[in-house]
Design a protein around this ligand. Structure first.
Ligand code: FAD
Length: 422
């Protein structure tokens, strides 16, 4: 390695960079299969109003890493998704209801606060001493044919056979590995908030498709004094976001009640409001040499259809699959496994990124043919049960390339699988 070794040196097999939800989940998944894992990164700051809806395949993954029971205690089941065309387009469009019962599931997924999810995953890791936790940023890397060295902000170094980069959209690991990105922006901001409301949500997630983007209320677990709660993700123009953020709370609450057509009764905003500029990103490859990318390190798109973290957990499960039984001392074997990972992710990430991009643009660019197509899609899906069921299944548990950790009851902790190491 080309680095001067001045500070303390830590050694590991898998270094996971970044302690966001994807990174902690990745560390738990790799530690579970018997590898020596180190997770490095500062713990993420609280994200106001942010929750994640996790679907069936992700729940199987959480079950496999031993987190599902704890997540369920904090989450609310999503039994159906209702989509309402609120664009005011010419063709009258029926509401589309996608129900879990149609595909014989009790729920499509769960909605849980982002902060609580990370806390549960980190708590599990500490409880089981599953992996080494180093609470410091990584400022530099050296990759070579035999492994990687990561330099921490406090001067320590970590030597690893392999790096799983989960250090987010500005990934240092990705930059040092020389992986190119393609980035773009949307003229939108997402405001996020937690709401309590008068009327029950009946465990239904309600998406109003408006001209500025979706306005989506996702059911949340009730709490004492607030039995009916939801999280809101609301896409709008940058100017509208700043106008709404400067409004008195009460006025904004009236607007929310109005926007949701009074379906939830009177609405109160709990706590802070989050704001996130909308953009997109893709990468030239998902893995190279001694590093593989997972989560927002390799895909970013707007929060439509709750795809982001579900896709990130598929990255992790897929990588774990591809690296199973790989001898890290054998560069050809490793290169072969990473080429397979890249092929899989290219298909899955590409499909989701395109789907979200098309739906988002079809809303914000008012064009009659596009409106008619979108409206026709709603009509056809409402009328055709088999098509609707296929779409629901694909949304909650994609049938193509579903990794083993999401497919089957996973083997017991401690690594029932065989691994070879130098
Ligand atoms: C408004 C909104 C709503 C969403 N709703 C959903 C939903 O319902 N369902 C869903 O599936 N997805 C949803 N998503 C997407 C989902 O939240 C993200 O995909 C997910 O949070 C990304 O997690 P991550 O761990 O990949 O990235 P991040 O959360 O960005 O984590 C990256 C981590 O890396 C760390 N880091 C950065 N640089 C370094 C460094 N040099 N060294 C070490 N660590 C570093 C950071 O501190 C951070 O902790 C939503 C997104 C938004 C914006």
């Amino acid at each position: 390695m080309a680095l001067e070794h001045s500070g303390e040196i830590l050694k590991t097999q898998i270094l996971v960079a970044g302690a966001g939800s994807t990174g902690v989940a990745a560390a738990l998944a790799f530690a579970r299969s018997g590898l020596k894992v180190t997770l490095a990164g500062r713990f993420p700051p609280p994200l106001p109003g942010r929750t994640v809806a996790l679907f069936e395949a992700s729940l199987r993954f959480l079950d496999a890493i031993g987190a599902l029971t704890k997540v369920k205690q904090k989450a609310c089941p999503i039994e159906a998704i209702r989509m309402i065309d609120d664009t005011g387009q010419l063709l009258p469009t029926p509401d589309l209801l996608l129900k879990a019962s149609e595909i014989d599931l009790p729920a499509l997924g769960l909605n849980v606060s982002n902060d609580e999810l990370v806390e549960i995953l980190l708590g599990l890791a500490r409880e089981r001493e599953a992996f080494d936790l180093v609470e410091a940023d990584i400022v530099d890397y050296v990759f070579d044919g035999a492994g990687a060295v990561a330099v921490l902000a406090d001067g320590r170094r970590i030597e690893a056979d392999f790096v799983v980069a989960a250090d987010g959209r500005q990934s240092r690991a990705r930059a040092v590995a020389g992986i190119d990105t393609k980035e773009w922006t949307y003229p939108q901001v997402a405001l996020t908030m937690l709401l309590s409301h008068k009327e029950p949500h009946d465990n239904i997630s309600t998406e109003f498709h408006t001209r500025s983007g979706p306005f989506t209320l996702v059911p949340l677990q009730g709490r004492e004094g607030a039995p009916h709660r939801s999280s809101l993700v609301w896409l709008m123009s940058v100017a509208d976001a700043s106008r709404r953020l400067s409004k008195p709370r009460e006025e904004l609450e009236f607007e929310l009640e109005d926007r949701s057509r009074g379906k939830f009764g009177a609405i109160k905003i709990e706590g802070g409001i989050g704001q996130f500029r909308m953009g997109g990103m893709r990468v030239s490859t998902h893995a190279t040499g001694r590093v593989a990318l997972v989560g927002e390190t390799c895909h970013v798109f707007p929060p439509i259809g709750a795809q982001g973290l579900n896709l990130s957990l598929r990255d992790v499960a897929d990588l774990e699959d591809c690296l199973a039984s790989v001898d890290f001392a054998n560069p050809r074997e490793l290169a072969h496994a990473l080429a397979r990972y890249d092929r899989h992710r290219r298909a899955d990430v590409g499909f989701r990124t395109l789907g979200v991009d098309l739906l988002n643009r079809s809303l914000i660019i008012p064009q009659l043919p596009v409106d008619l197509l979108r409206g026709a899609g709603f009509v056809i899906m409402t009328a055709l049960g088999p098509l609707r069921r296929a779409v629901i299944r694909e949304g909650v548990s994609p049938h193509l390339l579903l990794p083993r950790l999401m497919r089957e009851k996973a083997p017991r902790e401690g690594g029932a699988r065989r691994r070879r190491f130098a």
